[in-house]
Design a protein around this ligand. Structure first.
Ligand code: ZN
Length: 130
């Protein structure tokens, strides 16, 4: 039975040294910051049979219908035109990944801006009202 030396000069050593954080801390941080799946972004769950709907829309719109970031690339994703709860065909369209990411990002920013309190000076109260 060979004896293994366990002192610091033997074998690879973590360059940053041992972590001062409690065990498992990194995993907790990762879980909090990393989105595990793109579905996490959705505030509204996708309906039953979405795979079928998606396939039908992508077949109907083979090319990107947005074209804000492409020149009519092949559709890869399905976008909700208006109401995110409305999964009917007339509210859906095929888009490419680039244009969809751009649009989704804009919608997210708009929603964040709407939640943010106004930075404008509040309207002065009428001096006649006490
Ligand atoms: Zn596109």
């Amino acid at each position: 039975m060979p004896t293994y030396r366990t002192n610091a000069h033997d074998g690879p050593r973590n360059a940053r040294g041992p972590s001062s954080y409690p065990r498992g801390y990194a995993e907790v941080v990762m879980r909090r910051t990393v989105k595990p799946s793109p579905q996490e972004w959705r505030t509204v769950p996708l309906p039953r049979g979405w795979v079928k709907i998606r396939k039908r829309i992508l077949h109907r719109d083979p090319q990107c219908t947005l074209r804000t970031r492409c020149q009519g690339a092949a559709s890869e994703e399905v976008d909700h035109i208006g109401d995110p709860n409305d999964h009917s065909d007339r509210n859906l369209r095929g888009v490419c990944h680039t244009c969809h990411a751009h649009r989704t990002g804009q919608q997210g920013a708009a929603a964040a801006n709407a939640r943010r309190p106004s930075r404008r000076r509040p309207a002065p109260r009428h001096p006649g009202i006490t």
